[in-house]
Design a protein around this ligand. Structure first.
Ligand code: SAM
Length: 264
């Protein structure tokens, strides 16, 4: 992993990223999708790029056996401390896992930190190798347009360095924040909505479906108020669930999930 990505994660933000605001909304929607996408358990799940266990912990509490792989030793150590979760330091492009060892593999992180398509395909292929025939690979990607939307709403676009970075991202998908401002994330690749499906197919997987994670609601100025109110949260979840498979809205979501299956 590149030094600037390590430096970014060494700040420790992953421990609380999913606890509030857009991160909380991302978690609630991802969890909602996972509950519907994963087959009945208990399952054996490999969580590649699982960080400090934001998903591994809840999955283990639901009875699944979860193993996290992450290049950051601090992340792997935090995940391994969770009940029912094991973890190891590793890279999505060259997993130490045996063939066909898991019912499902999650790629929630590696695909948006691997800027070269060849590296992303290596991560997809390793996931396809580690999952059993008929098992699922579920992958998160960041939308090509997330930086434009977030940059405008948060005001980052007022900075010339951000505006220059955005031009490059829109043209190429490469997000290159060379340490200018840590709030602007780190080296990443932002997919056009149709790319993950093609990558999964090129890695030999059968495409199942794409779904928006947050939908357009991650930009709501009143998101914190909605999340503080269980009835409004349930309404928002229901609304986005109804349009999660609508391709015309995918680019307005911060993240997309792509579900693919290893041929039986
Ligand atoms: C934004 S965090 C996401 C964490 C968690 N999976 C989630 O969805 O909230 C991205 C994670 O991907 C990990 N990562 C980056 N490059 C990776 C690679 N080549 N292989 C595996 N994990 C990687 C990072 O260390 C980090 O923990």
């Amino acid at each position: 992993m590149q030094t600037e990505i390590e430096d970014y994660y060494r700040q420790g933000g992953e421990t609380r990223r999913l606890d509030a605001g857009a991160g909380r909304w991302e978690f609630l929607r991802t969890w909602d999708l996972l509950q519907r996408v994963l087959p009945a358990g208990p399952l054996s799940i490999l969580d590649v790029g699982g960080a400090t266990g934001g998903y591994a912990g809840p999955l283990a509490r639901h009875g699944h056996r979860v193993h996290v792989v992450d290049p950051m030793p601090e992340h792997a150590a935090a995940a391994a401390a969770l009940p029912g979760v094991t973890a190891a330091v590793g890279d999505a492009r060259a997993l130490a896992e045996p063939d066909a060892a898991y019912d499902a593999v999650l790629l929630f992180g590696p695909l948006y930190h691997l800027v070269e398509r060849g590296d992303r395909l290596a991560a997809w292929r390793e996931a396809a190798r580690a999952v059993r025939p008929g098992g699922l690979v579920v992958a998160a990607t960041v939308s090509r347009f997330a930086s434009l939307l977030d940059g405008y709403v948060s005001g980052h676009l007022a900075h010339e360095a951000f505006a220059r970075m955005l031009d490059h991202t829109l043209a190429t998908g490469e997000h290159r924040n060379l340490g200018t401002d840590r709030r602007w994330f780190t080296t990443a690749y932002f997919h056009r909505p149709d790319e993950p499906q093609a990558e999964a197919a090129d890695a030999g997987l059968d495409f199942v479906r794409t779904a928006a994670v947050e939908g357009p609601l991650w930009m709501l100025p009143v998101l914190d108020e909605v999340l503080a109110d269980p009835a409004r949260t349930a309404q928002a979840l229901d609304l986005v669930r109804r349009v999660e498979g609508e391709p015309h809205l995918w680019g307005a979501s911060s993240h997309l999930l792509t579900v693919a299956r290893r041929p039986a």
